[in-house]
Design a binder for this molecule. Structure first.
Ligand SMILES: Nc1ncnc2c1ncn2[C@@H]1O[C@H](COP(=O)(O)OP(=O)(O)OP(=O)(O)O)[C@@H](O)[C@H]1O
Length: 451
């Protein structure tokens, strides 16, 4: 017994010539579930209702049957709410210029008039196949189940190292401290770590220590018993208890008030908590992942952060490099955000212009991935063409790196690679780089690769 149902792909015809529409329907109905519209309003309403994969669109529609204005308007309307729709437009010889305009606006293909049914069937089949593949890809990309590292987009060597490290430490129960500038992806990586751990079926509970007023933080973390203070109408579990069996993510741990640092340390040592106003000790099984964009060594030296707590949290420390030190990542992430938000905002943006991609790669990204994400979102709202430009992203020429910065970056990469290949043997690394040993020592000092 076959369990597959043979669902035909949905095809929408927009054709005002009734005879031609009938002929096309007859020719395509064996392979497709065909629906017809004869004008702009009908086409838009039908597309919303039946959600076609492919549209065959005549550009000459009433009230402009001899021009293309109405057909192009249908095209823009449809792509605005379904950017991935495969639209095939028909063009007579005289309308070739309009057909090219349609492709510029995002049409998938054109077919010549008078219609040759076999050619059209072939074009429609290809479009339908591509639509199905893209659909499947989007579905896979959206499914988060059990493939945590898929959410972490990276291609720079430094970031790939970070991903490998996360995968390596995930299965053990050690506490992990993630450090890195704001917006580098610490929370994304904490989630990936949880997803790759044996605790994946347990909860992932994030709490931003800096965002909660000091007076409420203790109760947020440890919970409280009913009646333990004015307003405590019922017993409430704190985040630590909520994370039982899973992972607790303590974001901005550097901002934790001193008194609570003591309490957290006690929990990490003894693995039991006491709710505020409670008497019993409750055993809780959590793995703690903490993150900070502050320099904790300085905070410890200033007496603002307890050293013993630091060592408990930093059983394994992972540093997330800033985006400017991750060649290739910015453009990869930009493409990802563009396709994600174009779909969410129903904008027909199809890509970046090459000047935009150059500007993205060259920009310093002080706000890291979060800034990139926001700029792409804003550009999508502002852009009026099908491609996002550098101007849409508001990346100015002035943001290009100076030659000195570029040279330092290249030297840093070359020297660290040579040292890695030479297993940190400076003489061997100097040989690989074609410089003397003292020169390499000087270089390492100036690049802060040694004291
Ligand atoms: N490698 C990545 N792949 C995909 N999306 C990412 C990646 N890194 C960051 N992001 C996205 O960028 C945004 C900022 O990331 P996140 O919140 O993890 O940064 P953070 O370092 O925790 O920031 P903060 O220090 O300010 O809390 C989020 O929307 C996140 O989804």
């Amino acid at each position: 017994m076959s369990t597959t149902t043979d669902v035909k792909p949905i095809l929408m015809l927009v054709e005002d010539d009734e005879g031609l529409a009938k002929q096309l329907r007859w020719a395509l109905a064996d392979r497709y579930d065909v629906h017809c519209a004869i004008d702009r309003a009908g086409a838009v309403a039908l597309a919303r209702r039946v959600e076609p994969a492919v549209v065959v669109l005549d550009l000459g529609l009433p009230p402009d049957p001899n021009g293309a204005s109405e057909g192009l308007a249908v095209l823009t309307d449809l792509l605005a709410f379904k950017p991935w729709l495969k639209i095939i437009v028909s063009s007579g010889n005289a309308e070739r210029i309009h057909a090219l305009e349609a492709v510029r606006l995002g049409a998938y293909d054109i077919y010549p008039k008078p219609v040759d049914i076999d050619t059209l069937r072939l074009i429609v089949e290809r479009a339908s196949h591509l639509h199905a593949l893209e659909d499947e890809n989007r579905r896979l990309a959206a499914s988060k189940d059990r493939r945590p590292m898929l959410d972490v987009l990276a291609e720079s060597p430094k970031m790939l190292d970070v991903c490998r490290m996360i995968e390596r430490v995930a299965p053990s129960d050690v506490n992990v401290l993630l450090t890195g500038e704001s917006g580098t992806g610490k929370e994304v990586l904490a989630r990936a770590l949880h997803g790759a751990s044996t605790r994946v079926d347990g909860p992932f509970v994030p709490i931003n220590v800096a965002a909660i007023p000091e007076t409420l933080l203790e109760s947020e973390l440890f919970g409280h018993e009913k009646g333990s203070f004015t307003g405590a109408h019922k017993t409430t579990l704190g985040k630590i208890e909520q994370a039982d069996g899973g992972t607790l993510f303590l974001d901005e741990i550097g901002d934790m008030p001193h008194a609570l640092q003591v309490k957290l340390l006690r929990f990490l040592q003894e693995r039991v908590i006491e709710r505020i106003g409670g008497r019993s000790q409750i055993a809780v099984d959590v793995r703690v992942v903490a993150a900070t964009n502050r320099n904790l060594a300085e905070a410890i030296a200033e007496g603002a952060f307890r050293e013993d707590l630091y060592y408990r949290l930093d059983e394994v420390g992972i540093h997330i490099p800033p985006l400017r030190e991750r060649p290739g990542d910015a453009t990869l992430l930009a493409r990802h955000f563009l396709s994600r938000y174009a779909q969410e905002m129903k904008r027909p943006a199809r890509g970046f212009t090459s000047d935009a991609l150059r500007a993205i790669a060259a920009y310093e990204w002080p706000g890291n991935v979060r800034e990139l994400e926001n700029r792409v979102k804003r550009a999508l709202v502002l852009a009026d063409g099908s491609h996002i430009t550098g101007t849409d992203l508001q990346l100015e020429e002035g943001s290009f790196p100076t030659l000195r910065m570029a040279r330092e970056e290249a030297e840093y990469e070359a020297v660290s690679k040579a040292l890695c290949v030479a297993d940190n043997n400076v003489s061997a690394a100097a040989k690989l780089l074609g410089v003397s040993r003292p020169t390499l020592y000087d270089l390492m000092r100036s690049l802060k690769l040694r004291d």
